[in-house]
Write a protein that binds this ligand. Structure first.
Ligand code: HEC
Length: 519
């Protein structure tokens, strides 16, 4: 029962749900002798590091594609870059990733001094040309364009909506995908989107049931995906894979676009699309995605430094392509290290401070080879104090693992290939030999031990209620009515707690789980 539940957790965990939360700012003043000018010093920074999001039709609320744009906003720009609020980028592992959105200290100081000097233009005839952006597919014309059959209407007001749209592929054979570009239709309301693959037919059955295009599904897509084709979030470009690598699109699979809509006070419509490029040459390795993760999370109210760890030893040599750290609103930092069999260590990612609103796929400039036996260790911290401006609860409440934005998660997702796989030579590797090996960590025993918080070897009503809530929130579908955890715990204890009144022993707990674990 754990394993089927577990797949749902994995399936849902690509979740990048969001509420708008202001970033923290720091208004330190830096003095400069000579003031930089826009033409010489500032334009190159703004055009390369800011304009990709700050241009017409993109996600940012104003454009930064001319001197006038920058001048008008100079003080806010200075504050945003000094506070490290812009450009959004949480990795403090430097130099490893493609398309790093980072400003050097010298660049930040230059912007600050320029703004303080009244934003001088300088010799504009020598200024770099503003960047131009061509509308259309950034990766070039796709081989396949998938989109929902009709536009979806997003209401003006109310809670965020997660809508899944089913796009049948109907290709006569399975195909390797080497390029993926997601195009949000209406950037005013599309917060992010995720692309799942469904071979079960479950998504098709849900499609359109409520009379509108798609179906609603918070968290996971409502089925166990056979794969993923990535997704889109502000600032993310298309994904192209290294030569010889491909994402597998099984024959007949449906592409399911899960779009997170954030309402903006006006009724809007959206038609988001996905473009795919298929392998032209030989594919030798299938790109997989898996995570290092821990679901045993229970954060006491007020705990400002709650630690969650996870680790695994790689049973196979693999090559890592990218990493996506994923926590929710209380997530403060996450570090994942690899310790090689010879004892040397390498940081795979360190995000701090983590920002739920700017989750990013960090793609390694050079894919990282991890030999068999490499130990991967993750440590993450959470701030459940009232001093955390992102805390959804005031006063803070106990927070468990789960799907809702107000639950927590702890995942580092990796895309990787198996070094021993050579599809072109007929050598395939089964998925269970890679990151999947970590599944052994989540067992009935480990759940019992984790939630037995007073370590007396039995579960009282409060402890058991936490377990019930853990399962409910971990697998919960939005809107589904659930029994109160306290009530369910009391019931289970009265039905199974034979050895001692008011509690369950481990054996009794296992019996109860066998009977009720799937409900
Ligand atoms: C990845 C996309 C992205 C990049 C790159 C980016 N911005 Fe932004 N920026 C945004 C978005 C989106 C907002 C709206 C606020 C939000 O949603 O966080 C924003 C908001 C801002 C704001 C308003 C902050 C406020 O006070 O509300 C400023 C100023 C700003 N950006 C400046 C910059 C500068 C300067 C750069 C480059 C150094 C930059 N941005 C790079 C996406 C981006």
């Amino acid at each position: 029962m754990i394993s089927s539940r577990y797949s749902i957790l994995i399936a849902s965990a690509g979740l990048l749900c969001v509420a708008a939360v202001p970033g923290s700012r720091n208004n330190r003043v830096v003095k400069h002798k000579t003031s930089p000018t826009f033409a010489k010093d500032i334009a190159p920074i703004i055009y390369s590091k800011c304009a990709p999001c700050h241009h017409a039709g993109e996600v940012a609320p104003f454009t930064l594609t001319s001197y006038q744009d920058a001048k008008d906003k100079a003080p806010t720009i200075a504050a945003a870059v000094k506070g490290k609020f812009m450009p959004p980028w949480q990795a403090i592992t430097h130099g490893e990733f493609k398309d790093e959105r980072i400003l050097t200290k010298a660049q930040i100081d230059a912007i600050d001094a320029w703004a303080a000097a009244g934003a001088p233009a300088g010799n504009m005839s020598a200024a770099p040309k503003p960047p131009s952006y061509t509308p259309g597919w950034a990766m070039g014309t796709p081989d396949f364009i998938g989109k929902p059959s009709t536009e979806f209407t997003v209401g003006a007001e109310g809670a965020d909506e997660y809508r899944c749209f089913v796009i049948p592929t109907n290709f006569p054979e399975g195909r390797f995908v080497t390029g993926v570009e997601c195009r949000p239709g209406n950037r005013h309301v599309v917060h992010h989107l995720l692309v799942y693959l469904d071979s079960s037919g479950v998504a098709r059955k849900k499609e359109g049931k409520d009379g509108k295009p798609g179906y609603s599904s918070f968290g996971g897509p409502g089925f166990i995906p056979v794969g993923s084709l990535g997704g889109w979030a502000p600032g993310l470009q298309f994904q192209t894979l290294p030569p010889g690598d491909g994402l597998w699109l099984p024959k007949g699979a449906d592409i399911v676009l899960q779009v997170h809509y954030h309402k903006n006070g006006k009724q809007e419509t959206d038609l988001s699309q996905i473009g795919l490029k298929f392998a032209k040459g030989t594919i030798d390795k299938q790109v997989r995605w898996e995570s290092v993760d821990n679901e045993l999370i229970s954060i006491k109210p007020g705990d400002a430094n709650y630690e969650v760890k996870a680790d695994l030893d790689l049973p196979q040599p693999v090559t890592l392509l990218d990493v996506i750290p994923h926590m929710h609103l209380l997530g403060h930092d996450m570090t994942v290290d690899a310790t090689f069999p010879d004892g040397t260590k390498r940081e795979l990612i360190h995000v701090e401070p983590y920002d739920f609103n700017w989750q990013t796929r960090y793609t390694y400039k050079d894919p990282i080879h991890l030999p068999k036996g490499t130990h991967i260790a993750m440590v993450a911290h959470y701030d459940n104090s009232s001093a955390n401006p992102h805390n959804p609860n005031n006063p803070p409440k106990k927070v468990l693992f789960g799907e809702q934005t107000t639950n927590e998660m702890c995942f580092a997702f990796f895309s990787y290939t198996f070094d021993t796989e050579h599809i072109s030579k007929g050598v395939k590797v089964s998925k269970e030999q890679g990151f999947e090996s970590r599944h052994k960590n989540l067992t009935i025993d480990s759940i019992f031990d984790f939630f037995d918080t007073n370590h007396d070897g039995k579960l009282n009503t409060d402890e058991l209620a936490d377990i019930v809530e853990f399962f409910q929130s971990a697998t919960g579908e939005s809107g589904k009515k659930t029994v109160s955890p306290k009530l369910a715990a009391s019931f289970l204890i009265s039905a199974y707690g034979k050895s001692e009144k008011g509690s369950l022993s481990k054996t009794e707990f296992k019996k109860a789980m066998e009977k009720y674990g799937n409900d």
